[in-house]
Design a protein around this ligand. Structure first.
Ligand code: HEC
Length: 379
């Protein structure tokens, strides 16, 4: 097996220094022989149980903390947790040493367990994962629209399989469940990848992510306002408006005591609550950070630089509602997706990426390769 030999060669060179000592690893080797070798084999890769040594072993563990926790919670198979915490640390040190980690002079302790990839050189980059089949994305179905030549984009439901876990990144279903065109406008990008294993689509009025958070895959609207005036990603934090509360009936939502109502602070009928509820509520807009009031109210603090004055506006974590009297559809949403894209990719830097340009229709069942883009403002 030529490939295997090459990988093993790599295994010996990628040994980043780790908190462990040779003496600790030697203690671990002894414990291994007593409690583990019967299943994992005398060498660690020659038993009936999965190999614990070698470049292809243990790659599903994000770091030493997870490896230690798994081993202590599950092994030895017949008596999980039956060894002392110190012995589990020693065993972990031995496994690390077996994969080429260099001793850095201090023992591995509960405090030095971490989430650094076990093999930095082979860290599970999306490209490496795709190359060896640990990651794949597939189109379940897709809706293609081309309202203007430069807005030719797909809205897909994707199935992602990453290291044995399957995620439903259903952008199309999410779009329709949270207000569709009225809420989001048209897509302005394909589904792309700004961070490893997080998938994102830009729309005119917002941004949606399919990502892993708190241990589960979720479809979530980006808190787009917070990137402009809520202190996220270097934006100024314009806060909320505790002095400006409305006496109008409505729904008080979220931590700031603000209310979503069909009437503005000054009593103008605006229909914001009906609009909010019809288009997905908090899941779609986030919590209100102001009441519905004019930006030129002396007590108002939040505002989009350059926005035309005089409109009744209400600011939510991921959207801004505007009231246009006399318009057949008087409630408008600011194009926060465009605002956010322009902020993250200044000077039209997004144009460097094919995903923001016109696309061709995707076929159901096809493999999907999201473009990996670099967010210039985060670089
Ligand atoms: C009775 C047999 C048996 C013994 C003894 C045993 N293991 Fe295991 N071990 C297994 C099996 C089977 C699996 C695979 C479990 C699975 O995939 O759910 C496993 C999985 C593992 C894994 C995860 C491997 C991977 O890549 O997923 C680690 C780490 C591990 N064992 C460490 C140990 C250590 C350390 C000891 C000694 C304290 C030990 N095991 C003792 C049978 C055993």
């Amino acid at each position: 097996m030529v490939g295997g030999a090459a990988l093993l060669g790599a295994a010996l060179t990628f040994g980043a220094a780790r908190a462990l000592t040779d003496a600790q690893a030697a203690r671990g080797a002894l414990a291994y022989a007593q409690s583990c070798a019967s299943c994992h084999g005398p060498r660690g890769d020659d038993g009936f149980a999965p190999a614990l040594v070698g470049a292809d072993s243990l790659r599903r563990f994000a770091g030493t903390r997870e490896l230690y926790a798994y081993t202590r919670g599950t092994m030895p198979l017949a008596a999980p947790g039956s060894l002392s915490a110190q012995v589990y640390l020693d065993l972990t040190a031995w496994m690390l040493q077996q994969r080429g980690a260099a001793a850095d002079g201090a023992e591995l302790t509960a405090a030095t367990l971490d989430a650094t990839p076990l093999d930095p050189a082979r860290a599970s980059t999306p490209a490496a994962a795709e190359a060896d089949g640990r990651r794949s994305l597939r189109v379940v179905r897709s809706s293609f629209s081309e309202p203007a030549p430069h807005l030719a984009h797909n809205l897909p439901d994707l199935r992602a399989t990453i290291d044995g876990q399957t995620a439903a990144c259903d952008f199309l279903a999410h779009y329709h469940a949270t207000g569709g065109l009225r809420r989001w406008g048209f897509p302005t990008s394909e589904v792309l990848e700004e961070r490893p294993n997080a998938f994102t689509q830009y729309y005119q009025r917002g941004v949606v992510d399919c990502h892993q958070r708190a241990g589960a895959w979720r479809m979530e609207r980006r808190l787009a306002w917070d990137y402009l005036g809520g202190g996220v990603g270097g934006a100024p934090d314009l806060g909320v408006e505790p002095e400006l509360l409305s006496g109008q009936p409505g729904e008080r939502l979220g931590p700031w005591g603000h209310r979503v109502s069909n009437a503005a602070v000054d009593g103008t009928p605006i229909g914001f609550l009906d609009f909010f509820q019809a288009l997905g509520g908090v899941a779609s807009f986030g919590f209100p950070k102001t009441e519905a009031r004019r930006d030129d109210d002396p007590r108002a603090v939040l505002g989009v630089p350059g926005a035309s004055p005089g409109f009744i506006r209400q600011y939510f974590q991921s959207s801004v509602l505007e009231y246009h009297p006399g318009d057949p559809e008087p409630v408008k949403l600011r194009l926060l997706g465009d605002d956010l894209r322009n902020r993250l990719y200044p000077q039209q830097a997004y144009r460097a990426f094919a995903s923001f340009g016109p696309a061709r229709p995707l076929g159901a069942g096809a493999a999907y390769a999201p473009e990996r883009v670099t967010v210039p403002s985060a670089a």
